[in-house]
Design a protein around this ligand. Structure first.
Ligand code: ZN
Length: 176
């Protein structure tokens, strides 16, 4: 396993539309090792989600995991597709391993239904809500070359990390 280099804001890799993974490659050792490397990189960087473009691979792969009360289980999304959104939206704080030192509030649907292949190549349909749904949307945005900054409609909440800790930490926030 290896910790991979993370692409930062401004890297063209973050703005590309990714290609689907050919299903026959999912079982290959090199691909499985790539997933493990992504998981290790995410944990090392203390994030709860990581998409392949963030490690300079233009493929439709996402890894996610978040411990704790509002967390969610380890989830690997390959070629994900959002099938539906909750009509209800909510604002929550987001950050990104590719955007150093900034947090901002983003309004998104509170629930999603998503279809994807798991790391065994099996088709899965999942309903997610809360932080799980926010993270899924944030990560799938990465596969389309989008960052949470693009989803912000009001930059008045854009906050540097030190000020976030000082003034806003009481509200729930995770580094996605
Ligand atoms: Zn991100």
């Amino acid at each position: 396993m290896a910790v991979l280099k993370i692409a930062k804001l401004g890297a063209p890799a973050l703005r590309q539309i990714t290609k689907p993974v050919p299903p026959e490659t999912i079982g290959k050792r090199t691909f499985q090792e790539f997933i493990d490397d992504m998981l290790e990189t995410m944990v090392h960087a203390e994030g709860i989600g990581l998409a392949a473009p963030q490690v300079f691979r233009s493929e439709q792969v996402v890894v996610m995991e978040c411990h704790g009360e509002h967390g969610f289980p380890q989830t690997i999304l390959i070629n994900p597709e959002i099938l539906g959104y909750s009509p209800v939206t909510a604002e929550s704080w987001e950050g990104c391993l590719s955007v150093d030192n900034l947090r901002g509030k983003v309004r998104r649907p509170v629930g999603v239904r998503v279809k994807f292949l798991d790391r065994d190549g099996k088709t899965v349909e999942l309903d997610a809500s809360g932080l799980y749904a926010v993270c899924i949307q944030h990560e799938i945005d990465h596969l389309q070359g989008k960052l949470f900054l693009d989803r912000m409609t009001d930059f008045s909440t854009l906050t540097q990390l030190e000020e976030f800790e000082k003034y806003w930490r009481t509200e729930h926030a995770e580094v996605i």
